[in-house]
Design a protein around this ligand. Structure first.
Ligand SMILES: *Cc1c(COP(=O)(O)O)cnc(C)c1O
Length: 365
């Protein structure tokens, strides 16, 4: 970690902890527990340590390499894989994760066989697809059959519960209807296996609003939360007033700052990515060129300049172009500009080796 290297992404661990604690308290009031999802920051060890201290039932990610990273840093909380496993990775999944999401009877049997081989019991959460069309059993009957098979026959699996994923592919909003669907499915599974399920998991950050406005059906007792803890908000109107939106700060260095025309000069064709650009002729303007680009954060529209008067105009792989006409007396070559990031850019920034990751705590030392 080098504080003088840019581009740099800083995590304010104190603010993150406050976000997680505030969400945990509100969920607790509705008898909803949290599985902490850390894939949005590529299981960044210092960030994971904050999650690890929260007393969540599980920490979760969608990728085996991140599970490995967490095992390597001595995480205490049990680990869950929240992408349905590939058959080809089952030995790693069973070795590294205590539990996984599952949606296929064959993979359940293969996971059981692998757990037996490793002398382990592996927890499974069976996913139902209630319309979003990503993972999950489509038929409730099939899911119940699988649940009974896990309970009665697959001795090295433990059925933890049922879950649903929404608003990922099909952009389906979590609502009373699909949450009640999940609740009644849970009841049916419980009747079929003759015991209560530990988890009835009602989705991700986009389901949080139902906890906050008190509309989450009683049987739903768990959410798997990533985005809302990390960046303080989620889609579909989940904009709590008790979360920090600025846990993460992107810092980039100005490598050129001079007056230039705002409209490109010459024959307009397509940019480096084959796209046709749109340019507004505003005359000669001061512009700052930053040494950070699409390779680092993905889409420049996912960044928001902290300094008022700075406007992002566009980007290429390794450069970002900003209009700074309104603040031209305040910016020069070598300066560092700060940006808020959203979830999409956070995922990118933490998955590329060119971005220096630093934490606020360490800065104070
Ligand atoms: C990513 C993911 C989550 C967490 O999603 P957020 O929107 O970041 O809260 C939960 N469940 C599953 C299955 C996921 O893939």
């Amino acid at each position: 970690m080098n504080r003088d290297r840019f581009p740099q992404l800083e995590a304010d661990l104190g603010k993150l902890k406050e976000n997680l604690a505030a969400l945990q308290e509100r969920c607790k009031d509705s008898f909803v527990g949290i599985i902490g999802v850390v894939k949005g920051v590529n299981a960044w060890p210092e960030v994971v340590r904050v999650y690890d201290g929260m007393g969540f039932s599980y920490l979760a990610t969608s990728r085996v390499d991140q599970l490995k990273k967490m095992r390597g840093t001595g995480v205490q909380t049990p680990l869950m894989l929240i992408r349905v496993p590939m058959r080809s990775e089952l030995s790693d999944v069973v070795a590294l994760a205590d539990a996984s999401l599952q949606s296929d009877p064959e993979i359940l049997r293969a996971t059981d066989a692998e757990a037996k081989r490793q002398g382990k019991t592996h927890g499974v959460l069976l996913m139902i697809d209630l319309g979003d069309l990503r993972e999950g059993f489509w038929s409730a009957e099939e899911l119940i059959d699988a649940a009974v098979e896990v309970e009665k026959k697959l001795k090295n699996l433990h059925l933890l519960g049922v879950g649903v994923n929404l608003s990922c592919y099909g952009s389906i909003r979590p609502d009373k209807r699909n949450m009640q669907g999940l609740s009644s499915l849970a009841l049916e599974v419980e009747q079929a296996i003759g015991r209560e399920l530990r988890f009835v998991s009602g989705g991700a950050s986009t389901s949080t609003y139902m906890v906050l406005d008190g509309t989450m059906p009683g049987r739903v007792n768990n959410l798997r939360l990533g985005e809302i803890g990390l960046v303080g908000r989620a889609n579909y109107g989940c904009d709590p007033d008790f979360t920090h939106r600025d846990v993460f700060t992107l810092r980039a260095e100005v490598v050129e700052c001079r007056d230039k025309p705002s409209f490109p000069v010459g024959q307009l064709t397509v940019d480096a990515f084959g796209h046709v650009g749109h340019y507004e002729d505003r005359g000669i303007r001061r512009r700052a060129l930053l040494a950070v680009g699409k390779v680092d954060y993905g889409d420049w529209a996912d960044l928001r300049p902290r300094m008022e008067g700075v406007e992002i105009l566009g980007a290429s792989s390794d450069h970002t172009i900003c209009d700074v006409e309104a603040v031209k007396d305040r910016i020069k070559v070598g300066d560092i500009l700060e940006f808020d990031v959203n979830y999409g850019s956070l995922v990118n920034l933490t998955n590329t080796p060119g971005v220096e990751l630093v934490t606020k705590e360490e800065k104070a030392q």
